[in-house]
Design a protein around this ligand. Structure first.
Ligand code: GLU
Length: 288
């Protein structure tokens, strides 16, 4: 089977050295294994993504000397496919409409904490959505949906895990001396949002659907997405999608040890190019 790699940036800022590391690793691994290298534009969030950033992604990657297959998949052009995946999960009774605003959840958390109760949080520290909201009376939920009340769609994590029965989820993490099977515990994330009110689909849903549709066999991405992988494995299992192998690579840090962010001028690819650096300088800077 031909290995298929992909680099999947979101056009919500400028590419920096961390993106260069991801893109070049994927590109070079594809070349070394006579595999395919795809570029996917993850522009599902209309509030944050901009066409000028997309144009700059192409320019920066071309400058680095990378070639990818055409046509490039743009997530904003495939919303129907993600909606079908959501529909399938709805049909399985695994998702529910969540009407509480972020402020309302915050208020409930504050109340609970005032009473001295702990409120569970996800690995990013965000409070989990209150589980009692799962069982909203179905007639009430239907009438609120009909009235167009603002909501998003969440996965009922307990029910999703019940669906798997005794099966244990894991993934194959490669890139170390020996590949390792890592146990996946998606319940850490609670009832993850799969469909937002302010953007179609969620990162989690669109990424697993696209990786499957594009036949991606190797997901190579930054360590910052390591803890998303349990959710991706769960969705792949629920939607009957194949499982790729994963390699979560090191993250680059700035001089003060902070993770690089898109706003950092000194590490942006465009800024470095304009300062006269060459693609080989970039490879050297990122240790390749
Ligand atoms: N679009 C995501 C990002 O820019 C990466 C998705 C992935 O590699 O799975 O961080």
């Amino acid at each position: 089977m031909t290995p298929v790699f992909r680099f999947a940036p979101s056009p919500n800022g400028e590419l920096h050295l961390g993106h260069a590391l991801s893109a070049i690793l994927n590109h070079d691994m594809a070349r070394e294994t006579s595999g395919r290298f795809l570029l996917r534009i993850e522009d599902i969030d209309p509030q944050r993504c901009r066409p000028e950033f997309e144009a700059q992604i192409f320019e920066d990657l071309r400058w680095l000397g990378l070639n990818w297959e055409e046509p490039v998949r743009r997530q904003s052009e495939h919303v129907d496919v993600y909606r079908d995946a959501l529909k399938k999960l709805r049909g399985m009774g695994l998702v529910y409409p969540a009407f509480l605003s972020r402020a309302e959840v915050k208020r409930r958390v504050a109340e609970a904490e005032e009473r001295g109760d702990d409120w569970p949080r996800d690995p990013d520290g965000t409070p989990l959505y209150p589980t009692e909201e799962r069982e909203l009376d179905s007639a009430l939920a239907a009438s609120r949906l009909k009235a167009g009340d603002r909501h998003l769609w969440r996965l009922n994590m307990d029910r999703a895990l019940e669906h798997l029965g005794s099966e244990r989820l894991d993934w194959l993490e490669t890139g170390h001396a020996a590949p390792e099977r890592i146990p996946a515990h998606p319940s850490l994330w609670g009832d993850v949002a799969l469909w937002r009110w302010d953007a179609p689909s969620s990162y989690h849903l669109s990424v697993v659907v696209d990786d499957a549709l594009q036949g991606v066999t190797h997901v190579v991405r930054g360590r910052d997405l390591y803890w998303s992988t349990p959710v991706h494995r769960l969705l792949q299992r629920l939607l009957d999608l194949p499982q790729p192998t994963y390699l979560h690579h090191r993250l680059l840090t700035d001089e003060s040890g902070q993770k690089l962010s898109k706003s950092l001028r000194s590490t942006g690819l465009r800024a470095l190019r304009q300062a006269g650096e060459t693609p080989s300088d970039i490879r050297r800077r990122i240790g390749l």
